[in-house]
Design a protein around this ligand. Structure first.
Ligand code: G3P
Length: 213
């Protein structure tokens, strides 16, 4: 499973990118709004840091506006992937952008059927929102498992991004299920790195070392 960061914060992305395991970035309108900066400039800076797919989301809901926005975002850098919400217009936009060879990531996926339709319309990626499914009293991992199994069964090459990850166990479970990618917030990546036994082990090694000299 490849690791993406779910962030629009340049410092976070730089810090995580330096560790060598990052394969891409996803953003969404809420994450970009938090930065209070020019949207296109943020995407441009991210694309200069990370050598991998960078998802940038359209805000419009009308097809024509979605396509206009998508083309402007795609012009920023060849690695930009257009994130499109899963609506009827969104599916049309995915199909048209696919014909123009512009990569898309179908977002706000809450059912296996939505993922299947997005894949068949030509989405390069689908993003099931695991944490938000859990928030609603349902099982986000079951949704991910269903999508993985359907895509495997029909040899669909659309990649699955486990999104709306809330804690490290979501990442482990997504990897076991066979998600191609997990997009993970900075805080959760830092939680994945840390383990109290690692800290205790370092402390013990250092104190033993100091006693021997
Ligand atoms: O970027 C899409 C998704 O990861 C959002 O996560 O935590 O706002 O549900 P969250």
């Amino acid at each position: 499973m490849r690791i993406f960061i779910d962030s629009a914060n340049i410092e976070e992305i730089q810090e995580i990118n330096r560790m060598g395991f990052l394969h891409g970035v996803t953003t969404n309108p809420s994450l970009v709004a938090k930065e209070k900066r020019d949207y296109h400039q943020v995407i441009r800076e991210i694309a200069a840091i990370v050598d991998g797919p960078i998802s940038a989301e359209v805000i419009s809901l009308e097809l024509r506006d979605m396509l206009q926005e998508a083309e402007k975002l795609a012009d920023i850098h060849p690695n930009v992937v257009i994130k499109i919400p899963l609506t009827a217009n969104g599916l049309q936009a995915i199909s048209i952008l696919n014909q123009k060879e512009i990569a898309t990531n179908a977002t706000l996926i809450f059912s296996a059927n939505q993922a299947l339709l997005a894949a068949r319309a030509g989405a390069g990626y689908v993003s099931p929102f695991i944490g938000r499914v859990d928030d609603n009293g349902n099982d986000g991992m079951k949704l991910l498992e269903d999508i993985v199994s359907i895509f495997d069964q029909y040899m669909i090459d659309t990649e699955i991004i486990a999104a709306s990850i809330r804690h490290p166990m979501h990442v482990t479970q997504a990897a076991k299920i066979g998600s191609h990618i997990a997009t993970i917030p900075y805080k959760v990546i830092m939680q994945m790195i840390q383990h109290p036994m690692t800290d205790a082990g370092i402390e013990k090694f250092l104190s033993d070392w100091k006693q021997s000299i």
